[in-house]
Design a binder for this molecule. Structure first.
Ligand code: PMT
Length: 381
């Protein structure tokens, strides 16, 4: 605990509840046979800081070591997981954003704060994440044996998420039920694994993930333009958005009137095939292109066809008829199809867990590609 934390809760409370000693000051428990911050750092598998204030983020970012926690941080060599909590304006302050950026670039992991009513009475982003989510993420990191470090460091991953919206007239539109949850989970997981992430998002109700460049779009054409202008320096493209395949050929400038008609016909035209354009880009080189397929019938056959026709490296086929999976829910169930015809069946799980599995597969594909190109170079010589 920091000294400030003890103003809120007594160390004795934590000692009694956890059955473990609480360290606050550098010199509280002098055991001259060992230097406590070094010995604690060497015992740890993970350094979890929760709640992390704007002040602690700033000290971590700039290497200030003026108390036990900040000294422990500097001597720690294990993965660091941070759960920030602060007032919404402090969270949004450019100084805090810059510090977050530094810590993310350093490869630290975050459990993002939630949005809601805050202790200060204001409403917004900055509430400490739910304890269950923090524990879940800590266990997840420990399970993934992150000793090897963030495995997507150096990659630039471009992800599309959410629905696209096609206007019929100034008040009506065609869209779908995508909430963006799957695509945002991918963006957060890729960011936490060290990638630079650009998220092109249709209209959703989720806050943009911190540390991810998020571009908001509405129509398929806007999503296409946003993707094509940024895909150039990306090494991985993931098309998770539920993109409209058709749009009204001539959207009405004025609100369409009923005028006593019992039916009307609206002509639709095909939209841009975003993922197909990314995959067919002559400058694609070694870029990995991953698609999603949301199917209500013949799941694997339809996904296989999309994999081949759109020249994808991988496709994640989700069965949207499964209860509790697919659109606008927190969980998903999927099969990942590879180009060589092999498949990985994944059971129903949280979208974050599924995102990690998809990224594991992408890491495997990157490694294979690099091994293949090294052996090709050796053969050339
Ligand atoms: O957002 P959530 O509520 O969390 O739901 C997640 C999801 C179900 C939307 C997601 O998991 C998913 O399956 N996304 C793809 C949905 C889809 O519409 O797939 P599709 O079969 O129509 O398209 C196949 C692929 O082509 C997709 O990668 C899609 O992004 C891409 N596509 C499609 C049409 C188009 N014009 N351009 C594209 O790039």
């Amino acid at each position: 605990m920091t000294r400030h934390a003890t103003e809120f809760v007594q160390p004795l409370t934590f000692e009694a509840l956890s059955g473990n000693p609480v360290v606050v000051g550098m010199f509280d428990r002098p055991d001259y046979s060992k230097i406590e911050h070094i010995s604690l750092a060497r015992q740890a598998d993970l350094l979890l800081v929760a709640p992390a204030t704007a002040n602690i983020l700033a000290k971590f970012a700039h290497g200030i070591a003026d108390d036990f926690l900040t000294t422990l941080y500097l001597s720690n060599t294990r993965p660091v997981l941070i759960a920030p909590a602060m007032n919404v304006e402090m969270w949004n302050h450019p100084a805090t954003r810059a510090n977050l950026e530094i810590l993310r670039e350093r490869g630290h992991y975050f459990v993002n704060p939630g949005v809601g009513y805050q202790a200060c009475g204001e409403v917004g982003e900055g509430r400490l994440a739910e304890p269950e989510d923090i524990v879940h993420q800590a266990l997840h990191l420990l399970q993934r044996k992150l000793e090897t470090g963030p495995d997507l460091a150096g990659e630039h991953i471009l992800i599309t998420a959410g629905p696209t919206v096609e206007d019929l007239d100034p008040v009506r539109f065609i869209t779908n039920r995508s909430s963006g949850k799957m695509g945002y989970a991918l963006a957060e997981a890729a960011r936490d694994r060290g990638a630079r992430v650009t998220l092109i998002s249709g209209p959703v109700r989720i806050a943009p993930p911190a540390g991810v460049e998020t571009v908001s779009v509405r129509s398929t054409r806007q999503m296409y333009d946003a993707v094509m202008s940024r895909v150039g320096d990306s090494s991985v493209f993931i098309g998770c958005a539920a993109v409209a395949d058709f749009r009204p050929a001539s959207p009405a400038v004025q609100k369409i009137k009923k005028l006593g008609r019992q039916s009307i016909t609206i002509e639709l035209e095909a939209t841009e095939d975003i993922i197909g354009s990314v995959a067919r880009d002559p400058q694609r080189n070694s870029r990995i292109v991953v698609g999603f397929a949301a199917e209500s019938q013949s799941l694997l056959d339809n996904a296989e066809t999309k994999l081949r026709e759109k020249s994808l490296d991988l496709i994640v086929a989700n069965d949207i008829t499964r209860e509790g999976a697919g659109f606008d829910v927190d969980n998903n169930v999927a099969t990942i199809l590879r180009r060589d015809g092999s498949r990985i069946e994944l059971p129903l799980q949280s979208k974050r867990d599924l995102a990690e599995k998809v990224l594991d597969e992408i890491v495997g594909t990157i490694k294979q590609g690099r091994t293949a190109s090294v052996s090709a170079q050796v053969t050339d010589q």
